[in-house]
Design a protein around this ligand. Structure first.
Ligand SMILES: [Mn+2]
Length: 264
């Protein structure tokens, strides 16, 4: 009985998503995420969340809001089904900590992280650490990623933290108008350095919301940098998608409609 189910092999070795920016005011995006978990992540051995799953995260003591509990329950269902969930923090949800990891059953990874999937070594990163041409952002990042700053911040009452984060978001939106497109993208020098430091020929990252596959020649071999899309199902046209690595090691890019992109 049920032999076909018990013997079923996962279709994919790993799936990668980032920049869903989940928030209560975007219910269709949240529903698209739950749908993705049920229909696609369930057919994979591993799921890698590469940052900015949430639009903001004020600390693990905010885990009990009705919205956050729904997200936790969906991730827990996946990990309880035996699918490994791996997490790299983004610039919006870097305060996700051990409490959230325990509740969802996921594994927190450092940034960058070298994963070996279907025999391929792959460097995984959110991508904001490679945006080194934006000096104001580099300064901001080094401040808020400092453990001492985080300790002091997390010692504040939750409501105060939420209003500080809201203020930061307004400032950052204002500052972005004055920045050029290239300054907000990853720096070619930082990408070259990441390839060299990790000794990999594949990078997967998000953050820039510029989904693509970039190919680089490196001596006689080739390197590839895959950029994940952001998700937005509450506006028209919708945006979204993911990257999958098959058991055969092949890397495929999928769009918001769930179909494979022809260019990958
Ligand atoms: Mn980001």
């Amino acid at each position: 009985m049920h032999a076909n189910i018990e013997n079923a092999q996962p279709i994919y070795a790993a799936l990668f998503i980032s920049d869903l920016h989940l928030q209560q005011s975007h219910p269709k995006t949240t529903e698209a995420f739950f749908d993705f978990l049920r229909r696609h992540a369930m057919c994979s051995r591993q799921l890698y969340i590469l940052g900015d799953l949430f639009e903001s995260w004020a600390g693990d003591d905010d885990i009990n809001s009705a919205f956050h509990r729904k997200v936790v329950r969906a991730l827990r269902e996946l990990s309880d089904s035996g699918i490994e969930i791996h997490w790299i923090a983004g610039n919006r949800d870097f305060l996700v900590g051990e409490g959230f990891a325990r509740a969802t059953g996921m594994i927190l990874l450092p940034d960058p992280y070298i994963a070996v999937i279907a025999g391929r070594r792959i460097a995984l990163t959110h991508g904001d650490a490679q945006c080194i041409d934006d000096q104001a952002y580099v300064d901001f990042r080094s401040k808020v990623r400092n453990p001492e700053w985080q300790k002091q911040f997390l010692a504040m009452p939750l409501e105060q933290r939420k209003s500080i984060i809201e203020g930061m978001r307004k400032e950052s939106r204002k500052a972005q108008y004055a920045k050029t497109d290239s300054i907000m993208d990853v720096s070619p020098a930082a990408i070259a350095m990441l390839f060299e430091q990790t000794g990999t020929s594949i990078i997967i990252h998000g953050h820039t919301h510029r989904p693509a596959r970039h190919e680089y020649a490196s001596g006689s071999s080739k390197c590839n940098r895959y950029v994940l899309p952001d998700w937005e199902y509450d506006s028209d046209p919708v945006r979204g998608g993911w990257i999958a690595i098959g058991q055969d090691g092949l890397i495929r890019q999928f769009g918001a409609d769930g179909f494979e992109l022809p260019s990958s």
